[in-house]
Design a protein around this ligand. Structure first.
Ligand SMILES: CC(=O)SCCNC(=O)CCNC(=O)[C@H](O)C(C)(C)COP(=O)(O)OP(=O)(O)OC[C@H]1O[C@@H](n2cnc3c(N)ncnc32)[C@H](O)[C@@H]1OP(=O)(O)O
Length: 208
């Protein structure tokens, strides 16, 4: 079984590691920085994204390893439109309830938990040690950074980034394209597009 990973990033290394530990025999990276970037850790980078599209039949599955939610969504959509087989990669130490759902192109890293009746959308990152409690809904192309805790019944929109170690109180609703700062504690609903930081989390204006 051969897996293609688009994005020779640090995040990509963790995806590759999880893939190798979960039964993929071979992993090859594709990145538009090839051939200047020919290795990603111990793994070979073998071509650009156009090469991946040309060689698609040589792979049993593909996953996008790009941390930026918006870019990951765009790249996954291109691959889906081209008919490639998007797969999810789940580290063997992750615990996913048999009554939970994880969408195509999502990655679930070491020691994370997706509990009963939770739903994680397409193209998501459930990073190392993150906990998605029962009945949570995580929208497409969102990223739960390491050690995030979503308490029961939390709703996270699409393309949301929850920073490392942040916690979200049960039943809170987080809108699309929200950013939650590292270490924050979210006690109230967050409207779409906002950045919230701190304990308790409050909106902050971010300069572009
Ligand atoms: C495997 C991995 O590495 S996965 C990635 C894990 N990484 C993370 O979790 C990082 C998440 N990112 C953050 O928390 C960032 O601080 C962001 C996105 C919220 C804001 O980043 P920036 O846009 O660069 O904003 P900036 O650093 O200028 O902060 C703006 C203000 O908010 C404050 N602030 C930013 N983040 C936080 C935070 N987590 N808690 C409290 N205050 C914060 C800053 O001190 C600053 O305040 P000031 O204007 O009074 O000086």
């Amino acid at each position: 079984m051969r897996l293609a990973i688009l994005g020779a990033s640090g995040h990509g290394k963790v995806v590759a590691d999880a893939a190798c530990l979960s039964g993929w025999d071979e992993v090859a990276f594709f990145d538009d920085a090839w051939p200047a970037v020919a290795k990603n850790g111990p793994w070979e980078v073998v071509g650009r994204s156009a090469d991946l599209l040309a060689q698609a039949t040589g792979f049993d599955g593909v996953v996008v390893a790009i941390g930026n939610n918006r870019i990951r969504m765009a790249r996954q959509q291109e691959l889906v439109d081209a008919g490639l087989n998007m797969v999810s990669v789940v580290h063997p130490s992750a615990v996913i309830s048999r009554h939970a759902v994880v969408g195509a192109g999502s990655v679930v890293f070491a020691n994370s938990v997706v509990n009963a009746c939770a739903s994680v959308g397409a193209g998501c990152i459930v990073n190392t040690g993150a906990i998605v409690e029962h009945d949570c809904v995580v929208g497409d192309f969102s990223h739960l950074s390491p050690n995030v805790v979503l308490a029961g019944g939390v709703s996270v929109g699409q393309q949301v980034w929850v920073g490392a170690g942040a916690s979200v109180k049960q039943l809170v609703i987080i809108g699309d394209e929200v950013t939650v700062g590292i270490g924050s504690v979210v006690l109230r609903d967050v409207p779409a597009g906002k950045t919230v930081v701190g304990v308790p989390a409050r909106p902050v204006n971010i300069q572009d």
